[in-house]
Design a protein around this ligand. Structure first.
Ligand SMILES: Nc1ncnc2c1ncn2[C@@H]1O[C@H](COP(=O)(O)OP(=O)(O)O)[C@@H](O)[C@H]1O
Ligand SMILES: [Mg+2]
Length: 234
């Protein structure tokens, strides 16, 4: 049974649908990467799973429960977390305050979650008292991912975590994604650095014009000449 199941969803921001029947699944032990051209609806799909874009048709199931158009706050308490592509940290707050913000829905003790984040991402422990805005882009992305771990999610949605980062930090972020996966957290991510993302993921999904067009194991997809020609820059 899939942990997340998106079934033929349609919806968007206004009159015209951006999502045109997209389907995909994420298994409990998977890292699934969505690739596709700009404007294909990748971010819209992530937002719709997290209840930020209204779906007109289709269903979203999390662990077999219908979460279609559920509110983000309720999804967080059901084990879903979402890291948007932009504005995903509070620059004037410290690293630790940012992480604590991630725990605001918890009524139980979140200290162990905080310690786990620091163990997983040691640079954040070092900079816990620094303003998030003073960190490098790669470290800010770590803060965003760390914050989304504060609810002990079952599934993390990551929208282009390496966007705008230098190659060194891109490698680091992919290592962080693998570390998150090693914690038993499933990941659904959108990535423009598709070759690298496909190398570390269990499965890729191609999204074009709001529809899933193709899926295969990550490395097989990376080495598929048709996919390479169309989506990976040759
Ligand atoms: N907030 C919004 N309001 C209206 N249209 C939007 C909004 N965000 C994105 N769109 C449109 O939806 C389409 C898909 O966007 P998006 O999901 O961001 O694509 P991708 O992430 O694949 O590049 C684009 O045509 C974009 O212009
Ligand atoms: Mg996008």
């Amino acid at each position: 049974m899939a942990l997340l199941s998106v079934e033929k969803v349609r919806g968007g921001y206004g009159e015209a649908d951006i999502l045109n029947g997209a389907s995909l699944t994420v298994g409990q032990d998977e890292v699934v990467v969505i690739i596709g051209p700009n404007g294909a609806g990748k971010s819209t799909l992530m937002k719709s799973v997290f209840g930020l874009v209204r779906l007109r048709e289709g269903r979203v199931l999390l662990a077999n429960q219908d979460i279609t158009n559920a509110k983000p706050e309720s999804l967080v308490t059901r084990g879903l977390s979402y890291v948007p592509q932009e504005k995903n940290v509070f620059p004037s707050l410290t690293v630790e305050e940012n992480l604590e913000m991630g725990a605001f829905v918890r009524r139980d003790n979140w200290r162990p979650a905080l310690e786990r984040v620091y163990t997983l991402f040691p640079p954040l422990a070092e900079k816990r008292r620094a303003a998030a805005g003073s960190l490098s882009g790669g470290q800010r992305q770590m803060v965003a991912m760390g914050r989304s771990m504060m609810v002990d999610p079952k599934l993390m949605l990551l929208d282009e975590p390496t966007a705008g980062l230098s190659p060194k930090y891109i490698d680091l972020i992919f290592e962080c994604v693998q570390a998150i996966h090693d914690q038993g957290i499933a990941v659904l991510m959108v990535e423009q650095n598709a070759k690298q993302a496909l190398s570390i993921c269990t499965r890729g999904v191609v999204l074009v014009a709001g529809e899933d067009r193709f899926t295969d194991a990550g490395p097989a997809m990376r080495d598929n000449p048709d996919i390479a020609r169309m989506f990976l820059g040759g």
